[in-house]
Design a protein around this ligand. Structure first.
Ligand SMILES: [Zn+2]
Length: 471
């Protein structure tokens, strides 16, 4: 008896855990006739959470009934957030009273479904596996060569559908609701596929202050996370007006309209910004010296190493923003000063930041940032160069916890000969014991890179750009 009681307790405890694991709305979307051991439980539950599938009004899914064309239109239509408002259609056998009339017309308008030559849609006709494959391929923009076998391959190669053991797809076989749900859910959520891997390609940026990332392509799905303005995301695939995106470990769906395309990704949806978009801005970072030219040396530390490492850290920070960032050198190579200027001009840089370290007599310490300010109007961007220098210097000396030597005019080749706002940052004195210890420290080099990064953001903010979410 005791053993039986214990077992009962365990079972009760387990069922409690399972119930608690689901949120209220998720629990409510389970169907009476789909137990957790039903082979399509996960897929049907997922679609139920987004109201993409509905039951029979009595809490049942009726998994074994054959799918009609009208039902298929409604399920695909809901998955893609098509307009399902019941209305008159172009088909003589689909009246505005038909429950799927809105979805049928919307799907036909989008060329996902089509009617027959005799002007009918046949909403109560059964759907075959082949028809299903074509519908899904069209709905999710798979290239399939407009053939049934091509559509079958498109689904099988993605792990959405499997063929039969005799090697055929069974294109002529009718389809029950449970199977349709499985194929549709796997098309939407790749983690449900038999091969749950996809490749992400291209990047876009969040263009609202807080963008909800959801478990599925509708506001009915729960929120996984929220992304800040200007966050870079990798693009998976689209489902209607939603896009599966990836940002670090976060993967989920966001509304397309809250993403802006990168200038280099071309116009596949999303505006690529006017003059005030960060994506239009090219920043060139110029780590000084390199190769045969070690720059200043102190306490066995070379300037060329310090400034390259800091530049690479700065590049990493900027890489997660819409800015385009380029380095004059990313390895230990020598470049003439004129080559650095030519590089910035050829890349149509909007801002130029050269990074150096100082040396004097061992006593001088602190950081300073130079801009070119003289009547000899070689670089005409004095005001903006000065502004950029101020913004960087204000951040830098605080981060380095040393003297503020200020922003000042410097008649230096790379800032004088350039044609965009340009500054030259001196991170500190490599021959000063205290500064040297900081320049030798990866922690302080990261602080320096972050300070320059924030100074660049401060500059763009002052110029009227939206840099929210980047700090
Ligand atoms: Zn230098």
């Amino acid at each position: 008896m005791k053993a039986v009681k214990l077992l009962l307790c365990l079972l009760l405890a387990m069922s409690t855990v399972l119930t608690v694991g689901l949120t209220k709305s998720e629990a409510a979307t389970t169907f009476k006739d789909i137990g957790s051991n039903h082979r399509a439980y996960k897929e049907i539950t997922y679609l139920g959470q987004g109201d993409i599938v509905t039951g029979d009004g009595k809490g049942n899914f009726v998994p074994n009934s054959i799918v009609t064309r009208g039902e298929a239109a409604a399920m695909i239509g809901r998955a893609l957030n098509l307009d399902g408002t019941k209305r008159a259609t172009t088909f003589k056998d689909v009246s505005s009273n038909n429950f799927a009339s809105g979805y049928i017309q919307s799907a036909v308008d989008k060329k996902i479904l089509s009617g027959y030559g005799d002007g009918t849609f046949r909403p109560y006709a059964h759907v075959t596996r082949g028809e299903m494959a074509v519908m899904i391929s069209k709905a999710f923009n798979y290239s399939f060569g407009n053939t049934v076998s091509g559509a079958a391959n498109a689904l099988m190669s993605r792990g959405i559908a499997q063929g039969f053991s005799n090697g055929t797809f069974g294109a002529d076989k009718t389809l029950i609701r449970a199977d349709f749900a499985v194929f549709l859910a796997r098309s939407i959520d790749y983690t449900l596929r038999t091969k749950p891997t996809i490749s992400f390609s291209g990047t876009k940026y969040v263009n609202v202050d807080s963008l909800n990332v959801r478990k599925g392509p509708s506001t009915k799905y729960g929120t996984i996370s929220a992304l800040k303005n200007n966050t870079k995301v990798e693009i998976g695939y689209k489902v209607g007006t939603w896009t599966l995106v990836k940002s670090g470990s976060i993967i989920g769906f966001v509304l397309d309209s809250y993403l802006t395309g990168n200038i280099s990704s071309g116009g596949d949806g999303g505006s690529s910004g006017g003059n005030n978009s960060l994506a239009s801005q090219v920043i060139v970072i110029d780590p000084g010296h390199g190769g045969k030219d070690s720059g200043a040396v102190g306490y066995n530390l070379t300037e060329k190493y310090v400034v390259l490492d800091t530049g690479l850290r700065l590049q990493k920070l900027l890489a997660n923003t819409p800015f385009t960032v380029k380095l004059t050198r990313s390895t230990d190579v020598f470049l003439e000063l004129s080559e650095r200027v030519t590089f910035a001009k050829q890349n149509k840089a909007n801002t130029f930041v050269s990074i150096h370290a100082n040396a004097a007599n061992g006593n001088a310490s602190g950081s300073e940032t130079y801009y070119y300010d003289t009547s000899r109007a070689v670089n005409p961007n004095t005001a903006d160069s000065k502004l950029l220098a101020e913004k960087i210097q204000t951040r830098l000396y605080k981060a380095m916890e040393h003297n503020n030597r200020g922003e000042k005019h410097g008649d230096l080749h790379v800032i004088r000969e350039n044609s965009m706002p340009a500054v030259l940052v001196e991170l500190g004195f490599i021959d000063n014991k205290s500064d040297n210890a900081k320049l030798a420290s990866p922690t302080y080099r990261q602080k320096a890179a972050t300070a320059i990064y924030q100074g660049i953001l401060d500059y763009y903010k002052a110029k009227g750009f939206n840099v929210n979410g980047l700090y």
